[in-house]
Design a protein around this ligand. Structure first.
Ligand code: FAD
Ligand code: SF4
Length: 512
């Protein structure tokens, strides 16, 4: 074999650089389903099914080209990890070099490097053209900046690519005159709740997916999550259908209700495209172009289109840049010295707190939560609880179908848990139960009252919120936005402060 192309489960794009000078006569492809990818964090069953089914569908396409494909199916071999499986292959076959695109997980890259080193096989790691940032672009942008603010990175990429730029200004100014329409995008559903939200297209499991489901059910019986509702796209054709469906039916209201939540409403106006994007069944450029075109054709308003594009061109590219700039140091950061165990109900949804019960229940059912549930319900509670960042990171990596470390880790350790001490976010995203009450209908069906920090009905979020301010008061006293909360705490009576501490101790006793 002249060149062995290694294709990972989240690298299912036909425009990848590994195919550029692929010569079917001398080169071969290697793909492997390895138990460790589901067990190094105890993966949700749907997450494992998604990756394996999409890989098997992609392998079918490769076979149609009649390319030489070495594919290790789960259950048909005894290798646990990439390192062991690849090392075995390389020690049995003469291979000129191994080629792969930069993986989405630092750990996997290290394993592949080791397998190549141990067999003295040259390794060629290629840049990932799926991303819009060019190789080295983020590092150059980052250099010399005191703080890498997402908004400036986003503006930089908009100017460089011309996305949503006003051509009458020579592409220098943003379309509509503003970079950001966030102020229009914070609506809630009020008391009545969402009305007739269009159901997203879902994909019934075909034979390949059904086979994988049966295998996962047997091999990972005690893993979290259910499989009954599996409906994720596992091929490029399905991913394109999901994109069309979002643009036609939900994009118009994406902006307005971006931050809103409601019980038993898993999808609302979100795109559900992270899965297809992260597996590379969709290219972010085509997703952005489809949204921009909808605006140009008068099918969607600017606040929706800009809000949506910012998530992909801004946030998605930004977190990837940060991941590769700060790994592996990020893994060990714990700036707020959070030392509690993540409560067990994160794995079962067994809690009376309506917002957490719904958000976790939905993750168990679908492997999905939209951004505000991830940040301001499950993430917020873990932060206020002072859960160990590593445990929170493992939970998110295990439970969401779209979780790949490059995107999950900065969102969890940086944005949600402030474990990096402010590298990514300017302040911890903290709020009391009052925020959840404003943005959702959860509190209407909850035994707790979001206003109360003490007493029988005290909302645990509100109690823990004041506990958090008390614990970190000196650190945030001078902060332009959190300083105000510290002053509110200063104005609180000693008795109330003691009652809050007592309530926190009770919560910890009940939850332990
Ligand atoms: P939409 O709301 O429709 O957004 C459109 C697209 O924008 C998404 O598909 C996604 O590709 C991109 N996007 C939006 N926000 C972000 C963001 N903060 N970072 C990167 N891309 C973004 N996203 C993942 O893809 N995988 C994860 O494992 C993941 N873990 C997260 C953990 C936490 C604690 C938080 C706060 C966010 C996390 N996100 C993650 C980002 C975001 O929540 C999801 O991308 C989004 O909810 C996916 O659903 P959607 O496709 O319906 O998104
Ligand atoms: Fe969540 Fe508190 Fe509202 Fe209950 S009252 S749903 S725990 S925020």
């Amino acid at each position: 074999i002249r060149k062995l192309v290694v294709v990972l489960g989240d690298q299912l794009n036909q425009d990848s650089l590994v195919w550029q000078d692929f010569d079917a006569k001398q080169d071969a492809v290697w793909m492997a389903e390895l138990p460790e990818e589901s067990t190094h964090v105890k993966s949700h069953k749907q997450r494992t099914v998604l990756f394996l089914s999409a890989m098997r569908h992609f392998a079918e396409q490769l076979r149609q080209h009649a390319w030489s494909l070495h594919y290790l199916e789960l259950g048909s071999h005894d290798f646990v990890s990439f390192e062991l499986a690849l090392k075995d292959f390389l020690s049995r076959h003469p291979v000129g070099s191994v080629e792969l695109v930069l993986p989405g997980d630092y750990r996997v890259l290290q394993q592949i490097k080791l397998a190549c080193q141990q067999t003295a096989t040259p390794l060629n790691v290629l840049p990932d053209v799926h991303f819009i940032a060019e190789p080295g672009e983020f590092k150059t942008w980052l250099a010399g900046r005191k703080k890498p603010t997402m908004e400036y990175w986003y503006r930089h990429l908009r100017q460089r690519t011309g996305v949503l730029m006003d051509l009458t200004t020579g592409g220098k100014k943003p379309l509509g005159g503003k970079w950001n329409y966030d102020a229009d995008n914070r609506q809630s559903f009020g008391k009545a709740g969402p009305q007739a939200v269009p159901e997203p297209v879902r994909f019934a499991p075909d034979q390949i997916t059904q086979e994988v489901m049966a295998q996962v059910q047997t091999q990972f019986t005690n893993h979290p999550g259910q499989l009954d509702e599996f409906g994720w796209p596992v091929t490029r054709a399905q991913a394109l259908q999901a994109l069309d469906d979002f643009i036609a039916n939900r994009l118009t209201k994406f902006g307005d209700y971006q931050d809103a939540m409601w019980s038993n409403q898993a999808w609302l106006y979100h795109s559900l495209l992270s899965v297809a994007l992260n597996l590379k069944l969709l290219n972010p450029r085509e997703v952005i172009a489809a949204a921009e075109q909808a605006y140009q054709q008068g099918r969607a308003p600017l606040n929706a289109v800009e809000g949506f594009i910012r998530q992909i061109l801004g946030w998605r590219e930004y977190v990837r840049g940060l991941y590769w700039s700060y790994m592996p140091d990020w893994l060990h950061m714990n700036a707020l010295d959070a030392q509690q165990d993540l409560p067990g109900f994160y794995w079962t949804g067994d809690t009376e707190m309506a917002c957490l019960k719904d958000s976790i229940g939905q993750v168990l059912e679908h492997g999905y939560g939209h951004h505000i549930q991830r940040l301001m319900v499950t993430g917020l509670f873990a932060l206020l609880w002072q859960a160990k960042p590593e445990q929170v990171h493992h939970w998110y990596l295990a439970m969401y179908v779209d979780a790949v470390e490059w995107v999950e880790l900065p969102n969890v350790l940086g944005m949600s848990q402030f474990a990096d001490g402010g590298l990514m976010a300017s302040k911890p995203y903290i709020a009391s139960g009052q925020y959840i009450n404003k943005m959702s209908g959860y509190c209407q069906h909850c035994p707790y009252s979001p206003k109360e920090a003490t007493g029988q009905q005290a909302c645990p979020f509100t109690t823990l919120y004041w506990g958090f301010i008390e614990r970190h008061q000196e650190q945030f006293r001078g902060h332009p936005r959190l300083g105000m909360q510290v002053r509110h705490l200063d104005a609180m009576s000693d008795e109330k402060r003691q009652l809050i501490q007592q309530k926190i101790r009770q919560l910890r006793d009940i939850t332990a």
